[in-house]
Ligand binder design. Structure first.
Ligand SMILES: Cc1cc2nc3c(=O)[nH]c(=O)nc-3n(C[C@H](O)[C@H](O)[C@H](O)COP(=O)(O)OP(=O)(O)OC[C@H]3O[C@@H](n4cnc5c(N)ncnc54)[C@H](O)[C@@H]3O)c2cc1C
Length: 264
C-alpha cells in the first residue's frame, strides 16, 4: 500500500527532501501490514506446521503474494512494450535474463525474494520510506478528497493521495473503504481448485517414450472446455512445483502452487 504526496506539497508526514523525488515526481511512503522478506520467511516455515500469522503469510508481507509466487510471468495483454519494461525491471533487480526472451518466462519462488529485496534497496536509496507491520485501517476523506490514513495502531498520517494496492485477500480493507465512502466496483472472478499430479505422470502423458530424459524440462499442459454456458480452464500450472497453504484467515482454507527456478 503506497501513500504518496505530490512534490509540490509542503509539510506533513510524507514530506521528504529533493533527493527523494521519484520518477513521477512524488515522495512516497509504503505502508505494509506484514514483515520484510527475511522474518516473513520464518512465518512461512511455521505455516507449513499449521501455525498461521494473519499478517505474515503467503499473501501478506513485503512484496505481497508476488514475493513467494511461482513467478510465472505470462500475460495475454497486447501491450508488449509495457510487458517488456516490467521484464527489464525484474532483470535489473536480479531475475534471470532469459525471461526477456522466453515464451513462458519464469522466475521461481526461490529467486523472487532476492529480486524484491533489491527493488526495496533501490527505492529506499531514492527516498521511499517503508513502514513494515503497519496496517492501514481507515482513510479520512473530506470534500471528496483523501486527507489522511489511519493505522491499526491509531496513528494518523496526512496524505494528499493514497494508492490502495492491498490485493484481493485484504477483505477487511474493502470493508472499511466501502464504509468510508470509497467507490468500489465489483469484478468478475473465476473459482478454482488446485490439483496435484505427480510430475512423472504428466511427463509420461506429454513426452511419451521420451519421458525421463534429463534434457527435457518438467512437462506443462493447458486445458480449456466450454459447456452449459461456462468456460472451464486450467490456470497457473506449476510444473515441478507443489501446493502451498495460501490462507490469511485462521478459519480459511486456501491453496496455491509454486515452483523453484529449476522446477525440480
Ligand atoms: C503461492 C502463490 C503463487 C502464485 N503464482 C503466480 C504466478 O506464477 N503468476 C502470477 O501471475 N500470479 C501468481 N500468483 C498471484 C499473484 O501473486 C497475485 O495475483 C499478485 O501478487 C497480486 O498483486 P497485488 O499487488 O494486487 O496484491 P498482493 O501481492 O496481494 O499485495 C498486497 C499487499 O498489500 C498488503 N496489505 C494488505 N492490506 C493491507 C493494509 N490494510 N495495510 C497495509 N498493507 C496491506 C499485503 O501485506 C501485501 O503486501 C501467486 C500467488 C501465490 C500466493
Amino acid at each position: 500500500m503506497e501513500s504518496v504526496r505530490p512534490s509540490h506539497s509542503s509539510g506533513g508526514t510524507f514530506r521528504c527532501s529533493q533527493s527523494c523525488r521519484l520518477k513521477a515526481g512524488v515522495a512516497a511512503t509504503v505502508l505494509e501490514r506484514g514483515k520484510p522478506v527475511q522474518p516473513r520467511r520464518r512465518d512461512l516455515a511455521s505455516l507449513q506446521r499449521g501455525l498461521l500469522s494473519p499478517s505474515s503469510n503467503y499473501c501478506f508481507g513485503e512484496g505481497g503474494a508476488g514475493t513467494y509466487s511461482d513467478g510465472k510471468l505470462y500475460t495475454r495483454t497486447k501491450d508488449r512494450q509495457a510487458v517488456a519494461d516490467v521484464l527489464a525491471d525484474l532483470v535489473r533487480f536480479g531475475a534471470p535474463q532469459e525471461i526477456e526472451v522466453d515464451a513462458r518466462p519464469h522466475v521461481g519462488s526461490n529467486r523472487l525474494p532476492r529480486v524484491l529485496t533489491a527493488l526495496r534497496a533501490h527505492l529506499e536509496a531514492a527516498g521511499v520510506e517503508y513502514r513494515f507491520e503497519t496496517e492501514m485501517a481507515a482513510v479520512t476523506l473530506s470534500g471528496g478528497k483523501v486527507r489522511a490514513v489511519r493505522t491499526r495502531a491509531g496513528e494518523e498520517l496526512p496524505a494528499d493521495a493514497v494508492v490502495l494496492a492491498v490485493g484481493h485477500s485484504a477483505r477487511d480493507a474493502y470493508d472499511w473503504a466501502a464504509g468510508a465512502g470509497v467507490a468500489i466496483m465489483r469484478k468478475d472472478l473465476a473459482v478454482g481448485v488446485r490439483i496435484e499430479h505427480p510430475q512423472p505422470v504428466i511427463d509420461a502423458l506429454q513426452y511419451g517414450r521420451a519421458a525421463g530424459d534429463a534434457r527435457l524440462p518438467p512437462a506443462f499442459y493447458e486445458l480449456a472446455a466450454v459447456g452449459c454456458g461456462r468456460g472451464v480452464y486450467s490456470f497457473c500450472m506449476c510444473p515441478g512445483g507443489w501446493v502451498v497453504p495460501a490462507a490469511t484467515e485462521p478459519e480459511g482454507v486456501v491453496v496455491n502452487g509454486m515452483s523453484l527456478s529449476k522446477r525440480d
